[in-house]
Design a protein around this ligand. Structure first.
Ligand SMILES: Nc1ncnc2c1ncn2[C@@H]1O[C@H](COP(=O)(O)OP(=O)(O)O)[C@@H](O)[C@H]1O
Ligand SMILES: [Mg+2]
Length: 286
């Protein structure tokens, strides 16, 4: 009988307080075990031993923590606990339902009710932009917004009561001011030595996140959502939308957001654009 792979060990400082329950499979950069602490689940982001030997991966993990440790918004992943100094660094966040699977179920459940689907997608996209607006003000750019980097919280709740949450800040742009170890509030902390090397990703424009959010909205509502792949730009010409969903307006929004000259500056700007560009629910052209 094939033996199940052994569970990774959890950081020593968590032992006794958290219990490792399950390995959740692995993403590109990290092993993703689920932890259980009494009544509440948590998601542990920690590198597998092999990955932890790469300074790039370690810095990627630190970047995530740096981007998030001082920002609190219900639609942006919250860190319950973290240790940026640990070798390797780790964080615990809330454990959510994966966006791709849940949204596929929602689409099925709402078949024949395109206006309700449109209203829900619009709500999620607005919430996401509200969370991003504060990050953009701090100069953080996520750079990798797509279904696999979104979850719904609280886990297992009825969809109407869930909120959309952006995760995975592994390739985010984090400006120097936030690139500190320790808390700036408690005396400034120490600049990360990696900030000049592995940690320094090219500066990114918040407009880039806006284009990805527009793409997300289109993919949530189009007739045949991409199964696995994330479509490249320009594919909006052949997107089909069910009657009751304002396909023309969504295509036009996407086109604007992917055009460097016309794209919204940041998430706050895009929120305003959304109000003008997309018809209110119930008034969509057939
Ligand atoms: N807090 C979380 N709750 C539930 N699932 C999560 C959570 N964080 C990550 N995941 C799952 O693990 C996968 C990989 O995690 P992610 O942070 O995106 O790392 P990476 O893509 O860098 O490997 C995600 O696509 C998601 O399915
Ligand atoms: Mg990811």
């Amino acid at each position: 009988m094939p033996r199940r792979p052994a569970l990774p060990t959890i950081p020593l400082e968590l032992q006794g307080r958290w219990t490792l329950v399950e390995r959740l499979g692995t993403g590109g950069g990290q092993s993703s075990p689920l932890l259980l602490r009494r009544e509440r689940d948590g998601f542990l982001g920690v590198l597998r031993a092999l990955k932890a030997s790469s300074p790039y991966n370690v810095e990627r993990q630190r970047r995530e923590i740096r981007a998030l440790q001082h920002y609190h918004h219900p639609n942006i992943m919250a860190l319950a606990e973290h240790n940026i100094e640990a070798e390797p660094p780790w964080y615990i966040s809330e454990y959510g339902d994966p966006f791709p699977r849940l949204w596929a179920c929602t689409r099925k459940r709402m078949q024949g009710r395109p206006e309700a689907l449109y209203a829900l997608a619009l709500r999620y996209v607005r919430e996401l932009l509200e969370g991003l607006a504060g990050l953009h003000r701090l100069g953080v750019v996520h750079r990798d917004i797509r279904p696999a980097n979104l979850i719904f919280l609280p886990r297992g709740e009825e969809q109407a009561r869930q909120r959309i949450v952006l995760i995975d800040f592994g390739v985010a742009y984090v400006p120097d001011a936030l690139r500190w170890r320790g808390s700036p509030a408690s005396g400034g902390g120490v600049p990360s030595p990696a900030g000049t090397g592995y940690g320094r990703l090219e500066k990114a424009d918040p407009a880039r996140d806006c284009a990805l959010v527009a793409r997300l909205l289109a993919d949530m509502l189009r007739e045949q959502p991409p199964r696995q792949t994330w479509q490249g730009r320009g594919a909006y010409h052949c997107m089909q939308f069910a009657p009751g969903i304002p396909g023309e307006a969504i295509r036009a929004l996407l086109q604007t957001c992917e055009d460097a000259a016309r794209c919204p500056r940041d998430a706050a700007h895009m929120l305003r654009l959304l109000e003008e560009a997309l018809p209110a629910v119930g008034s969509a052209a057939p």
